[in-house]
Write a protein that binds this ligand. Structure first.
Ligand code: FRU
Length: 471
């Protein structure tokens, strides 16, 4: 059948086959961006966690490479899966894993998840290294390198700070992130612990801590990103804190509310690229486009899971606090439609026919005199992915309850909303539609919403205009 192919994204990375979840070890080296990721080499649901691998020269087109890190069996009849982690370039050979003077060694720091049968026994942090740009790897003989005797202790992210390595790693059920320091990646010393604030509804995983430039004023701030799978609250996804890091301790700014990275249902486990060239001062991150609530059930065949567009990050100030701005990096060859609409254009309505379901629509709406309006994506007589905007409140709503296949899981059918206040009387939207994923960037990345959808019929129809009821 051709239908599953219709759900395969054209400009988002998804593996040729099988299951993926978190991006792991995002790192740049010698003209190549590496995307390692949680991967099941044997099937299209979660299991046998290993690290898959893809590379790109421009963050737009990816080439899939053989599995990088494979699960293994231990002498005591337990097994180890390779859970999430990061990759650093050990250009000074601090680890001693490489030949003297070799500057291009990669070291992966991952969570070794030990289990027997169905039972998880331990999680600790381990190392593997590669002298051929991530193509082949050797596990360190003295793993693990960091074990605090906890069953849930995972997702290390390591970065260089002055002349030391620092690691953030999550204690999921304590809603906390520990910060460690090392000179050689092998011996780790605890520096501080951050947490017990913000969203504590379920667990904390996949932490990262990195510098982000502040627009206009130049000095940088530090951002702590955390994936908090608050499945039973209205929200499932990621939160962030902005603050300062003195090499030992992260101190967040005062925030009255929880800051969400993405206001949709399907953006998780994002981490930033390490070792970006100096020509790229803004951090770039990628996330997993999915949601643990229904991830194993999404109706794609052969492959299951994909990654978001890479997003360049900066901070802007609003009402005395710093917030994250995300700007997507996308294929130049993408079909793009650009429209500027006034109240009269909205009232008349526009029907756009595009060639297929992979495109970008850029819309600037001049809000003066305009009434509340709707944008229908992937639209036909019976299905629509509906975006609506309420002018008085700035409330933007994305409704996928009638977007196509929704019944495969009770939590999938959903309506999300975010507040997007006009900027200079205008609302700007960059809408990326890619077969089964929609990423919406409002006001130049001040608010982002990512959602999966599974239309069964539409071919490239977008309807823009005033509110009208969809049955
Ligand atoms: C997050 C996560 C990580 C873990 C990995 C296992 O999505 O649960 O905490 O390392 O997935 O696949």
């Amino acid at each position: 059948s051709t239908e599953p192919a219709d759900y395969r994204p054209a400009y988002h990375y998804a593996p040729a086959k099988n299951w993926v979840n978190d991006p792991n070890g995002l790192v740049y080296l010698d003209g190549e961006y590496h995307l390692f990721y949680q991967y099941n080499p044997y099937g299209d649901t979660w299991g046998h966690m290993s690290w898959g691998h893809a590379v790109s020269q421009d963050l737009k087109t990816w080439e899939e490479l053989p599995v990088a890190l494979k699960e293994y069996s231990n002498a005591d009849s337990t097994e180890t899966m390779i859970f999430s982690g990061c990759v650093v370039v050990d250009s000074l050979n601090t680890s001693g894993f490489f030949a003297p003077g070799f500057r291009k060694g990669m070291v992966a720091i991952y969570t070794s998840h030990v289990y027997k049968g169905e039972e998880g026994l331990a999680q600790h942090q381990s190392l593997a290294y590669s002298a051929d740009k991530g193509r082949t790897w050797t596990y360190y003989g003295k793993n693990p390198v960091l074990d605090i005797g906890m069953k849930d202790f995972r997702d290390p992210n390591v970065f260089r700070y002055e002349d030391k390595w620092k690691m953030v790693v999550a204690k999921p059920h304590e809603y906390s992130v520990q910060i460690y320091e090392s000179t050689d990646l092998k011996e780790w010393k605890l520096l501080s612990e951050f947490g017990k604030m913000g969203d504590m509804a379920k667990i904390w995983e996949c932490p990262s801590l990195f510098k982000v430039p502040v627009e206009d004023t130049l000095p940088e701030k530090w951002v702590m990103m955390i994936s908090s799978a608050a499945e039973d609250t209205a929200f499932t996804g990621m939160q962030y804190f902005v603050g300062d890091f003195d090499g030992k301790k992260f101190t967040p700014q005062k925030q009255k509310e929880v800051f969400r990275v993405d206001l949709g249902k399907d953006f998780y486990a994002a981490i930033p690229f390490h070792n970006l060239p100096p020509t790229q001062p803004q951090p770039i991150m990628m996330g997993w486009v999915n949601n643990w609530a229904y991830a194993n059930k999404i109706p794609t065949e052969g492959f299951r899971g994909m990654f978001s567009l890479p997003r360049a990050l900066s901070l802007y100030q609003q009402d005395g606090v710093y917030r994250l701005r995300q700007r997507p990096i996308f294929k130049d060859k993408l079909p793009v439609r650009t429209l500027t609409m006034k109240a009269s254009d909205l009232a008349a309505g526009v029907i756009m026919k595009l060639d297929g379901n992979s495109y970008r629509v850029d819309l600037t709406v001049e809000l003066a005199e305009a009434k509340d309006f709707e944008i229908k994506l992937l639209d036909n007589e019976t299905e629509t992915s509906l975006l609506s905007y309420e002018i008085a409140t700035g409330k933007m709503t994305f409704d996928r309850t009638k977007s196509g296949k929704v019944a495969f899981h009770e939590k999938f059918s959903s309506v999300e909303s975010m507040t997007v206040m006009p900027q200079n009387g205008e609302l700007k939207l960059a809408i990326f539609v890619d077969n089964s994923v929609i990423e919406i960037y409002a006001n130049d990345g001040m608010a982002v919403l990512t959602d999966l959808v599974y239309p069964t019929k539409s071919k490239g129809v977008v309807v823009i205009g005033e509110q009208r009821k969809v049955e």
